[in-house]
Structures are given as C-alpha cells and as structure tokens.
Design a binder for this molecule. Sequence first.
Ligand SMILES: Cc1cc2nc3c(=O)[nH]c(=O)nc-3n(C[C@H](O)[C@H](O)[C@H](O)COP(=O)(O)OP(=O)(O)OC[C@H]3O[C@@H](n4cnc5c(N)ncnc54)[C@H](O)[C@@H]3O)c2cc1C
Length: 548
Amino acid sequence: MKSRKDALAAARQEKFDLCVIGGGATGSGCALDGQLRGLRTLLLDAGDFASAASSASTKLVHGGVRYLEQAVKGLNLEEYKMVKTALRERQYMLANAPHLAHASHFMVPVYSWTRAFYYLVGMKMYDAVAGKSNLFPSSFISRDETLRRMPGLNAKELRGAVSYSDGQFDDARYDLALVESFVEAGGTAMNYARVTAFAVDANGKLSGATVRDELSGEEFAATAGKFVNATGTGADKVRALANPQLPSRMRPSKGVHLLFPADTFPGKDALLVPHTEDGRVIFAVPWQERLLVGTTDDEVTAATRMLVQKDEAQYLLRQLNPYLQASLRLEEAVSGLAGLRPLVAARGQTATSKLIRDHEVETDHASGLISILGGKWTTHRRMAEDTIDVVQREMGRAAGGCVTKHHPLAGSSGFNADFSSKLEKEYALPADVASHLSGKFGTRALGVIELLGEDSAWKRRIAETLPVIEAEIVFCIRQEMAETIEDLLARRTGTQMYGWKAALQAAPTVGRLLALEKGWDPEMEARAVLEYSTKIRGYLRELGLREV
Ligand SMILES: Cc1cc2nc3c(=O)[nH]c(=O)nc-3n(C[C@H](O)[C@H](O)[C@H](O)COP(=O)(O)OP(=O)(O)OC[C@H]3O[C@@H](n4cnc5c(N)ncnc54)[C@H](O)[C@@H]3O)c2cc1C
C-alpha cells in the first residue's frame, strides 16, 4: 500500500473518476471493482479500514439458514433470492482468498426425532438452493459421532445432529486484502479521512468533497466525477450532506459476540443453536484458537453503547448453556466484539431480526450521489458489482466489465495448504508463528519475514502468549497504513480478539514500534499506550472481568 503521506498527496492533487466513501467491506469492494474496470478511484474512510461492522461480524460466509427458513415460512421470494445470491457469492469469496476463508462443518444438535427431520429437510433445501456452489452435502450424524466431534455438547436426550456446510473467514483481514488489492490495481486509499461536506457543479451535481484528515485535523478538497456512499450505518448522514431532503433509510441493529478459550468447547466444527428466546439462532464457532459466540440483534436507540454490555453477554450465555455439558461462565470470556448491522428500513416490519439482509443501490438524481445500502459481508462483491454498474450508467457508459468474481486477492497468489509448513521449515519459524503469518497475510507473509534481515530482534513476540512477532507490526505500519495501536492489535494482527489481557500486555511494545517508525516523541508514545489501555480496561470492567 502507498504510505498515508503519498495517499494524502494523491487525494489532494488528482482528479478521480470515482470517490468511494467508506472503507468497510462494501466500500473496499466497490473501490476494487471500480478500479479494475478502469475508473481512477479514490477510497476514503473516516476511521481505519474495517473498523466498523466489517470487523465485528460472526465471520460466516453464508446464505443464512435462518433467512431461508424465514423465506420459506413467509413465502418471501425476495428473501429466497437473497439467500441464493449469497450462496453463489460464498464460493467466490472462498476461492479469491483461500488464506482468509475456508469451508466448515456446522452442526445443529437435535433432541427430538421431529426436530431432526425438520432440520434435515431444511438443510437439504439449503444444499439445493446452493446447487452447484454447495460446499458439501448436509447429513444426519448419529449421537455417538456427534459426541465424538463435539464432546462438550449436552448429551441428555441428544438424538444426534444435522450437519451442513458454510464458510468462515477473517473479516478484518479480508477487508484489508480488498484494500491492498485495490491499491495494487492502481487505486488510492486513505484511512482517517472523513467526508464532511460536498461541493457541486453548475448543475447541482456533486463534483468534490471536503475531507477532514482525522489525524492532523486539517481539511482538504478531493475531486471526483462520481461519488459512492458506502458508509454502512453512516449512510443517512452522508446522504443528508449531499441532499438534505432525502428521508432516512437506515435501521441499524447492534450485535455482540464473546470469545472464550477454545478448550471450553473442544472440537473443529461450528455449533448452531437453532432457537433463542427471541426466535433467532446463535453460533458458537471455533475461530483462531478461540470459541466465538454470537450474536445478539437489538435495535439501536439513543442509549446504545458500542461495547459488549453485561446483559448482552448474559443473554448469549443463557441461549448457549442449555446445549453444553459444562456451562460457560462469563468470567471465562477473554474478549468481545460489538458492531452495528447496516440494515435498511422496510415498511411494516417491526423487529430488526426480521429485516431482510438484502442490498439496494440508490441514486439521488438531484445530487448524483449513489448510495449502496444494506447487504451483508458475504454479498459485498455482488453489492459492489451492482453499484459500479450504476456508476457506469450514470457516467453515460454501458454497464459491465466486472472482473471481481475471479480476482484473487492480495496474498493469495502462490498460496496453498502447505504454505505455513513451508514458512516454518525454510525460515526456522515456530509453528504457531508460521501458521499465524500464513493465515493473516498469505504469501505476503514473505514481506514480514524479509524485515528480519533488517533487524533480527524483530523476531521477538509482542507478548509471550501470542504468535505475533515485532516484524509483523513494522510491516503493517510500513505497508498497511496502520496508524494506531488499535489498528495493529484489533484489525491487522487479531490480538484484541484473541484476548483483551494479551492486548494490554502487547500495547507497550506496539507503542514503542509505532513511535520508532513514525518518529513520535516519548510523550506521544505514552499517551497512545495509555489511551488504548484505558479503552481495553473499560471493556473488561464493563463485564466485571479481572485484568490479571
Ligand atoms: C454482529 C454482526 C454480525 C454479522 N455477521 C455476519 C456474518 O457472519 N456474515 C455476513 O455475511 N455478514 C455479517 N454481518 C453483516 C456485515 O458485517 C455487514 O453487512 C458489513 O460488514 C457492512 O459493511 P459496510 O462496508 O457496508 O459497513 P461498515 O463496515 O460499517 O463500514 C462503513 C465505513 O464507512 C466509514 N464512514 C462512515 N462515515 C464516513 C464519512 N463521512 N467519511 C468517510 N468514511 C465514513 C466508517 O468509518 C466505516 O468504516 C454482521 C454484522 C454484525 C454487526
């Protein structure tokens, strides 16, 4: 990736065909698609890339078995089509970044034969809707086999499980891979760059944006022929900047997850809890040496806070624990995530859990702003395709020429299942470090290893319990526009998800490396470490968890 300084210079000086606002999954996907179709594209995010919903998901590449159930029960063709599209997109997402996404077995435990029949029929329908893109066929698994694969399940009256397939992925790194691929294709991406106002031409159409550099506080003007608003739950604000007459469309809903040590519920397969108090499903999925449990679905109100609250954590445990032999306790949680789903309002619907996760491309003909609203991570590529088709039409060109279905993302070229052991052997790396580097960076991990030639001390781990080495931090500062401790620990390395306590231990080392690379003075370094640590301690305190 270009340095942020170079990106800033380009954003100020160049005239772009397209400016995409928002560097989450949707915006990064749009920017990549636009640039690959030959549009000179600028991508701006008000915070870090993937710092909002796109790093707070359940990390499933899926059509959604619950959405299929809703579609069938409600005879809802629109929802059925959404599931079908997502299942088709699932295969592109898995194929384009094999280091970041993989197929998994999901198990639905059953405690009555009627339920077993119901879920098996449902999962066979899921297979059928996926058609050629199905990953592997669903099946009924006997009680013994279920308990062998998931020894932590509540065995009382267990009949067995229905197993089906879906994908899992590393959401934050997938977003970063989209941004990296966009930059490799010649695009300009800049984080901490907030669009605060628009400029218009003689016809009232958007021709420029005022952008605030959130790190320096300075403002600059960016010029582009077309503007795409891909700001997730922020979409209404940007729509209002372009045209104050536009009615609000977004209906955000909050979802949280908790992470536990993997051995609290051993096994390789993911568990789907088929029924919750509020008629949804929740997941307990093995994810990067942890068990990820989630999620909630609560309408956002003025009182909503962006962290995992105790009542939300207790809700998750209440839904999951009846399915476990030994109940999980809140004190065992090591980390958590909170995010807002960018759902689009639908007439006559009440609960956010019932809103369809479909997307909509809206063109405001007065200002020319094109907004991409709603959707989900799994469909980000298709959302981008639909959006850039509209951009082309609005430019007076024929839509088409999308190539992202089969566009391997940064880090995937030359990657295969043996890549981690190759790193381990050729570079004498500990197995956990090699596996972490290969899983996060794919073949770009070689760039991290190359840095060891500059300073062999960078082979040190940033905290004793972590597979993250100092060279990885330096690489992300130099090559991935990481600007803060949180950029590095939450999104670039995944440390914050692995554990809040581990993140607290690593923060001083990461602060020192940031200070070295960026020329910060000791006061700035100390402030950065203090700010980050205070935030993490707040998360621990909220759930009543101890720091040591
Ligand atoms: C709890 C939860 C679980 C989920 N699980 C799944 C799942 O398992 N599978 C799945 O497919 N989907 C899942 N989703 C949905 C998925 O995460 C979201 O649909 C997707 O991440 C939305 O991406 P986005 O880019 O539209 O929005 P965001 O990721 O929110 O990105 C919007 C970006 O716009 C930026 N922005 C806002 N205003 C401005 C401005 N003025 N100037 C510049 N930038 C701006 C923000 O900083 C932000 O980075 C889940 C969502 C949640 C919340």
